[in-house]
Design a protein. Structure first.
Length: 442
């Protein structure tokens, strides 16, 4: 992942209707739909478009296995991806090949069968495969799998191509997209947002959408708001071209694969992440305790430089350099030991990959909430401020639908999809949290 940028040459606009903070999938799709509706919008990206997790994810666009509260958004998002992909200036590798979760144990099979109830409620084409059908899909005859869950209508795309292409489409519709331009803070009058203060000056506006991914918590903390969102590091790799196994993305416990446009595979492991202990981790420790208890065997906890760096807890003023200028792109080192093991596991699960060679490895920082679903909607007590963050590794798949819904809300319309479960206020309320019993691929 490159850390080089082209300087922003665009003249800073004095005013607009909506400012979007963040040039990842959530911000870019919101800007795209705003621009299509004729709303003047400016995107401020501190580094480069899709420079962080939006280009570093697996590229799965799935409905299968979603938290039931995310399913309507996932369904709409896939529909939007399918509509927009043919209109984009570049081939983003969008392909409907399905998503498959392998069942390596009877417990896996039971869990998949239980999720079928959600599929039936939404009339999805998800079905269970027998052991023989699973082998046939994978080109095997070992009967090592109990079966699988398969959703043929799920899809994939190339993240590194997709979001920049949508950004270019948004520009063509009239959106202003400014790279290497950090927003330091907000301007307000009488409790209402009236503008943003960037490193190059102020932009007056009617509304602001904070879509800063892993940076959203720090931005909100600086203006006195608390958001229980932390960041975990996930490592991924791609291989050189290898034999075709299946057009479906496939997830197993030790390795998940996705066929790439170039004939190689994206390989990773679900929920195998590194969690750096930073000051905010102590602030929100109790909220995240259920996740840590569930996933401590597969999540690495550590103290390190991130405790003190830009994601740490500090304050700055409108006239001071912000953390967003100090670190334009989060570009963490991948976990090579983990990826070595993933590569070996992939070769064990899929014999066609036994000789596969990794040609690139990278890591990204995933913005995670305590209940592993996003935060979307207006920010209480800050009229004109909206947030779209905390996608917990699901952003690429549901980002198109999320962008549509946020654009509707920013235009003052009722959202076409019920996102009440994603409101920011939920963290102050009591209630249960739905979470799958075993980690699922993103």
């Amino acid at each position: 992942m490159s850390n080089t940028y082209k300087p922003a040459n665009d003249i800073l606009p004095k005013e607009t209707e909506v400012v979007v903070i963040g040039g990842g999938i959530a911000g870019i799709f919101a800007a795209y739909y705003l621009a299509k509706a004729g709303v003047p919008v400016v995107v401020c990206e501190k580094g480069r478009i899709a420079g962080e997790q939006s280009s570093r994810n697996w590229g799965w666009i799935r409905k299968q296995g979603r938290d039931p509260r995310e399913l309507p958004l996932a369904i709409e998002s896939l529909r939007r991806w399918a509509d927009i992909a043919p209109t984009l200036p570049d081939d983003i590798g969008f392909h409907v090949g399905g998503v498959t979760y392998l069942a390596e144990t009877d417990a896996d099979l039971a869990e998949h069968e239980a999720w079928l109830e959600h599929a039936k409620q939404h009339q999805l084409d998800t079905r269970l495969l027998s052991s023989a059908e699973t082998d046939a899909m994978l080109g095997q005859d070992k009967r090592r799998f109990k079966g699988a869950m398969f959703t043929p209508s799920d899809a994939r795309a190339e993240p590194g191509k997709a979001i920049p292409a949508v950004a270019r489409a948004a520009r063509a519709e009239g959106a202003r997209i400014l790279e290497r331009l950090a927003v330091r803070t907000l301007e307000t009058e009488g409790g209402r947002v009236t503008g943003v203060v960037t490193e190059r000056g102020t932009i007056r506006c009617r509304a602001v959408l904070l879509a800063g991914g892993a940076w959203s918590r720090a931005f909100l903390e600086n203006i006195g708001l608390s958001l229980p969102q932390l960041a975990v590091k996930a490592s991924v790799q791609r291989t050189a071209p290898a034999p075709l196994i299946t057009e479906s993305a496939v997830g197993g416990h030790k390795a998940a694969i996705r066929r790439r446009q170039d004939g190689g595979y994206t390989l990773a492991r679900s929920s195998a992440a590194t969690f750096d202990i930073i000051p905010a981790a102590f602030t929100h420790f109790l909220a995240f305790l259920p996740i840590l208890r569930e996933q401590w065997r597969i999540m690495t906890l550590r103290f390190g430089r991130p405790f003190f760096d830009a994601l740490g807890q500090r304050r700055w003023g409108a006239d001071q350099m912000s953390p967003f200028e100090q670190m334009r792109v989060l570009d963490p080192e991948p976990d090579t030991r983990l990826l070595d093991d993933v590569l070996a596991s992939a070769g064990d699960l899929f014999p066609q990959l036994r000789d596969a060679r990794a040609v690139e490895r990278w890591a990204g920082m995933i913005d995670v909430t305590p209940d592993e679903i996003p935060v979307m909607g207006p920010v209480p007590g800050r009229e004109g401020l909206f947030v779209s963050t905390g996608y917990s590794g699901h952003g690429f798949g549901i980002g198109a639908g999320a962008g549509l819904v946020m654009a509707e809300m920013l235009r003052g319309h009722e959202p076409s999809i019920d996102i009440s479960a994603f409101r920011m206020e939920r963290f102050k309320e009591k209630g249960g949290v739905w979470r799958p019993k075993a980690p699922l691929p993103v």
